[in-house]
Ligand binder design. Structure first.
Ligand SMILES: [Cu+2]
Length: 137
């Protein structure tokens, strides 16, 4: 019985996530014009500073979905969620403790340095169902 309720709860979460995504697809129709987000213009990075990678959360998910990174190169993600039609209100990076809230239309900085080559998933708090891949080489 206990296991069953856990399964039910898990299913509810997954269902909620999928519904959000269906809504997101509907909202992606051109009739719904999202307000233009404020542009983030980071100052040119001084030598040795983190590379800035801009990410957006739109109706289609994280954009770009795949990001190429270099091992041992510090990177600063500047993440802006520009829609409410998503369940990705947080950014998680697999195999790390990184978990950043993504308030609407507010750029959030997330610093990370990959320490090994390979693919690392990132995405929403629901098992990164909305997310992408960090391709570290
Ligand atoms: Cu989700």
């Amino acid at each position: 019985m206990r296991t069953l309720s856990l399964v039910v709860i898990a299913t509810l979460f997954v269902t909620a996530c999928k519904k959000e995504e269906v809504k997101a697809v509907e909202a992606a129709k051109p009739a719904v014009a999202a307000p233009a987000p404020a542009e983030v213009k980071p100052a040119p990075a001084p030598a040795g500073a983190a590379r800035v990678v801009e990410l957006k959360v739109t109706e289609n998910g994280f954009e770009p979905g795949n990001v190429k990174l270099k091992k041992d190169e510090p990177v600063k993600f500047v993440v802006t969620r520009v829609t409410d039609a998503t369940c990705a209100t947080e950014l998680l990076i697999a195999e790390t403790d990184i978990k950043a809230e993504l308030p609407l239309n507010k750029p959030v900085e997330v610093a990370w340095t990959p320490t090994k080559a390979g693919q690392v998933k990132f995405g929403c708090a629901m098992d990164m169902m909305v997310g992408g891949l960090l391709l570290v080489e």
